[in-house]
Ligand binder design. Structure first.
Ligand code: ADP
Length: 407
């Protein structure tokens, strides 16, 4: 029997899971419970081994309504399925994604009561995410009471940033007393792709200097030197930085006060506009989805084209700015649904960065979609690499290590 890790990524209304064999690095079974706590909740199972992102492509999935419709019911359904397939005994540890670890968690940890209490304290920094992550942990602790449970934080990778990168120019008391600083996110993804890129380039990770962009519905970019984050675009929350699907990214903070008085909106009302109605969706007045905007742009929709141009220009600007923290650049790494699939956005970004030594290879760029990885710049150019991220695999590998399983 294999020794597997059950990876849980619990959101407020969804629960993603993956059963991973850390030795062969294969996904055995994965799934997604959706609309938890709402009408119409359902659970989807998919058999591996498959690359993570193909879960989102049409393929062999089996979907059924989820009776009970809450997180505990989702976990029950996962356990029942594991039992049915004779896989339950293969689960040797559970790894959890936790969004915010504040300044306390600088690496992955085995969960105990004090860790739970600290994650709870970090909830004020991520009120939409951490309570859901805790719910997933508590449910799994009940159902898998005898197994080690491990927490992997999105923020911990960025704890290596120097003060000059993570502090905002606001009164220091706000940092000391309220934790107001840049934390950064997507850390698990960055950790995964930088080690893959070092392998691909045949260089020790310690000797690399990368700017990496994780471009999904949320989008960020990070400067990583010797495998350590030295600067990143996201901040106290995942609202700062690049343009995203529905999030504005950087704006003049003065806009918040201005909109409050112009539109008589509360702070919560303004935040709702910036988090849910802005970004690609707000600019295009059409969709937050890059693929849909590309289709609309090629059919002549000017607003869709402008939204993608603003997305790409802002990202190129951030990539260039992040090189300041590195002092040099060995390669640009692109990942996430947009980074892995959108030749259009990649061209739009890289063609603005010729002065950094990046020159796109149009054919290689066009060929790099749907899980294909590789170099999309010419031989004489600095490398830009497309790398498929796999946060679940990273969580499984961390969990296997901390649970003392061979990986
Ligand atoms: P999440 O951040 O929710 O994990 P993903 O990493 O899956 O999201 O990225 C979703 C984004 O990737 C969407 O904007 C989607 O349109 C885009 N995307 C996925 N496939 C393609 C494609 N073939 N071409 C362009 N964009 C794509």
């Amino acid at each position: 029997m294999k020794s597997c890790i059950l990876v849980i990524n619990c959101g407020s209304s969804s629960l993603k899971f993956a059963l991973i064999d850390p030795v062969s690095q294969q996904e055995v079974l994965s799934g997604l419970a959706e609309k938890l706590g709402m009408a119409g909740s359902q659970i989807t199972f998919k058999h591996g081994p498959t690359p993570r992102r193909s879960f989102r492509q049409p393929g062999e999935k089996d979907v059924s309504p989820l009776e009970g419709g809450n997180h505990a019911a989702a976990m029950d359904a996962i356990i029942a399925r594991l039992k049915d397939e004779d896989l339950l005994d293969s689960v040797k540890a559970v790894g959890h994604r936790v969004v915010h670890g504040g300044e306390v968690f600088k690496s992955t940890v085995v969960i105990d009561d004090s860790v739970l209490a600290e994650i709870e304290k970090c909830s004020k920094l991520a009120p939409l995410h951490n309570p859901a992550n805790l719910l997933g942990i508590r449910t799994a602790m009940q159902q898998f009471a005898d197994l080690p449970q491990v927490a992997v934080f999105d923020t911990s990778f960025h704890q290596t940033m120097p003060e000059h990168a993570y502090l905002y120019a606001v009164p220091m008391s706000l940092y000391r007393e309220h934790g107001v600083r840049r934390y950064g996110f997507h850390g698990t993804s960055y950790r995964y792709i930088t080690s893959k890129a070092a392998e691909l380039l045949g260089k020790p990770l310690e000797e690399t200097a990368f700017v990496c962009a994780h471009l999904g519905n949320g989008a960020s970019a990070t400067a990583i030197k010797g495998g350590k984050s030295v600067d990143t675009t996201m901040g106290l929350t995942p609202l700062e930085g690049s343009v995203m699907g529905t999030r504005s990214g950087d704006i003049d903070p003065g806009i918040i006060g201005y909109l409050g008085s112009e539109l008589n909106l509360s702070v919560a009302g303004v935040m709702d506009v910036l988090n849910k109605k802005s970004g690609l969706l707000g600019l295009s007045e059409l969709s937050s989805d890059c693929r849909e905007l590309q289709e609309a742009a090629s059919a002549g929709n000017e607003a869709a084209k402008l939204a993608l141009d603003i997305f790409s220009y802002r990202l190129a600007k951030h990539i260039a700015a992040l090189t300041v923290g590195l002092g040099r650049l060995d390669a640009l790494l692109l990942t996430g649904g947009i980074g892995e699939n959108s030749a259009y956005v990649r061209a739009n970004v890289i063609n603005r960065l010729g002065f950094l030594g990046l020159k796109l290879d149009d054919d290689a760029n066009a060929a790099c979609t749907r899980g294909k990885v590789g170099r999309i710049t010419t031989e004489e150019s600095l490398p830009a690499l497309v790398i498929s991220t796999d946060e679940e695999m990273m969580i499984a590998m961390d969990t296997a290590k901390l649970a003392g399983l061979a990986a």
